[in-house]
Design a protein. Structure first.
Length: 139
């Protein structure tokens, strides 16, 4: 938080210098210059605040909804194509299909998979996706 305050003070110092230069170049417009100065300071303050909020609460990597509606169909298509090469149907329900896909990938690509109840819940993360893609590559 100290660094954010120091950044804001640094930006404010630059704004003060700009105000003094503007006043020297165009005297007699004191009210307009002060209005612009206040707007610039407010904008800089909001920019610093937004960067601090992003640092304190980084955005989530992805949600279970993204996984279910965006990535799942692609993974399912790839798994289906790989299983077709082995003469297996992804929706056959054969134990061989579940064995080849593994628990994580099978659970993700099964036709009966329901959308997540909590739309904002975090997804499996990078490690989980890495395991899933690795399993697909080994098929």
């Amino acid at each position: 938080m100290i660094w954010a305050l120091m950044r804001w003070v640094g930006f404010a110092a630059v704004a003060v210098v700009a105000l003094v230069v503007a006043h020297m170049l165009a005297p007699g417009r004191k009210e307009l210059e002060l209005d612009v100065f206040v707007l610039v300071l407010g904008g800089l303050g909001l920019m610093v605040l937004a960067s601090e909020l992003r640092r304190l609460a980084p955005p989530a990597e992805g949600s279970l909804v993204d996984l279910h509606y965006r990535l799942r169909p692609i993974l399912r298509d790839i798994a289906s194509a790989r299983l077709d090469q082995r003469g297996l149907d992804i929706d056959s329900g054969r134990p061989q299909v579940e064995e080849l896909l593994g628990d994580e990938l099978y659970e993700l690509t099964t036709a009966e998979r329901e959308p997540p109840a909590n739309r904002l819940a975090p997804g499996p993360g990078v490690d989980g996706l890495d395991r899933t893609i690795g399993r697909l590559e080994r098929l």
